[in-house]
Design a protein around this ligand. Structure first.
Ligand code: SF4
Length: 111
């Protein structure tokens, strides 16, 4: 059996502070809106913006550039957070990510 490297998140929240766009698709919008007790349109109006390529929506940021839903070191949306957040850094990452992310590499067997 082969092993592969899996990066275990240490909840440093640095990726939530990194400049960029957190994509949200239709199902994610529905889940987050329900979690916040809003209807989808209301959530979209209040908490999303158009992505630069105009090909969908992203969460808004705070004025300091961090994700709007980061509170201290916690994600308000933890139980319904977008796939993009849940996948980082294992399913995607960005150039230079290792310098900002505190995730710890571990070997995991490949199924
Ligand atoms: S939704 Fe949560 S995990 Fe994703 S960037 Fe915002 S605070 Fe971080």
């Amino acid at each position: 059996m082969n092993d592969s490297i899996y990066y275990q998140c240490q909840r440093c929240t640095n990726c939530c502070r990194w400049p960029g766009f957190v994509k949200v698709g239709e199902e994610e919008i529905a889940a987050i809106a329900r979690f916040l007790g809003l209807d989808d349109d209301n959530f979209i109006q209040r908490y999303t913006r158009l992505r630069p390529q105009r090909d969908g929506l992203a969460l808004i940021d705070k004025p300091n550039g961090e994700c709007f839903f980061l509170e201290g070191r916690d994600c308000v949306l933890q139980s319904v957070k977008p796939l993009q957040c849940a996948g980082f850094p294992n399913t995607w990452n960005f150039p230079g990510w290792r310098e900002v992310c505190e995730a710890v590499p571990e070997l995991r067997p490949v199924a």
